[in-house]
Design a binder for this molecule. Structure first.
Ligand SMILES: NC(=O)c1ccc[n+]([C@@H]2O[C@H](COP(=O)([O-])OP(=O)(O)OC[C@H]3O[C@@H](n4cnc5c(N)ncnc54)[C@H](O)[C@@H]3O)[C@@H](O)[C@H]2O)c1
Length: 244
């Protein structure tokens, strides 16, 4: 596979490291050579892997669509524009794989919290529920896309929860049963930690996922790229993994 890396920051560099033994890199695009994204075919690109910023991801995806290059997007924080991307994907008969978290461990974690919620929902009056996410201080979006996915899983399983509310660097929260608190903390060098907490006066149940490095995200994005070549439409981790 000839892979274009769009965004040469922490994730772009990790993807490059893990791609090289198995695939070729057609081009690496960052802000200093952003115009090259209009010319992906000139570099014999089969697929693009995009890890940039919430502000640039939508445009980058659209530019890949227009050139008929399948794109894997790991950038989070742009999902309020998802309908634009969905419509463009069908208009251009294009291909997108997106995930709030490409790590296989986190996707197993999503499965575990779904089943935990199915059990705990009968005890919603005993336990209050909250999510805590901790990331490095350069992270631009808050809460994390992973925490938003967790809250969607909980809202699907526990009808009493209607919405999530974000608290930044604040662990003291006063919410109703209908509001799920997501506490976001920014601490230097933390790759990504997510905790689902069921708290009562008597005890607490905490289910935690902690990423030790970025390798899992990059490997998942490369697997996603291998998966979408030759396919059309929008795909996510449930299509790649046999986890339901
Ligand atoms: N889905 C996942 O599994 C996962 C995992 C880790 C990080 N992320 C997300 O991926 C994104 C990138 O993370 P990172 O840690 O690599 O960030 P980073 O800040 O280290 O790198 C982002 C890079 O994108 C470049 N960039 C900005 N605008 C651009 C544009 N228009 N075209 C090309 N390049 C551009 C920047 O110059 C920078 O080098 C963030 O949104 C982060 O939350 C997702």
């Amino acid at each position: 596979m000839n892979v274009a890396i769009i965004g040469y920051g922490k994730m772009g560099k990790e993807v490059e490291k893990l791609l090289l033994p198995y695939h070729r890199i057609s081009c690496i695009i960052d802000i200093h050579n952003v115009d090259q994204i209009n010319n992906l075919h000139a570099y014999n690109t089969d697929v693009a892997i995009e890890f940039t910023t919430p502000e640039s991801a939508v445009n980058n995806i659209l530019l890949c669509f227009k050139q008929n290059i399948p794109v894997v997007c790991g950038t989070t924080g742009w999902y309020d524009k998802f309908d634009i991307i969905k419509n463009a994907c069908s208009q251009y008969n294009a291909t997108l794989f997106y995930a709030t978290n490409f790590s296989i461990g986190v996707n197993i974690y999503f499965y575990i919290i779904k089943h935990a919620a199915q059990i705990l929902k009968k005890h919603i009056n005993t336990y209050s529920i909250q999510i805590e996410e901790i990331h490095h201080t350069q992270k631009k979006d808050s809460p994390s896309g992973t925490a938003i996915t967790m809250s969607k899983i909980l809202m699907n399983e526990i009808p009493e929860i209607k919405t999530w509310v974000n608290y930044i660097n604040n662990s003291i929260v006063n919410t109703t049963i209908h509001e799920l608190p997501i506490i976001s903390k920014r601490i230097s060098d933390v790759v990504g930690t997510h905790k689902l907490q069921f708290l009562s006066e008597i005890d607490e149940i905490i289910i935690e996922h902690k990423a030790h490095n970025r390798k899992g995200f990059a490997l998942g994005a490369i697997k996603a790229a291998e998966f979408i070549v030759g396919k059309k439409g929008i795909f996510t981790m449930n299509d790649l993994l046999e986890i339901n």
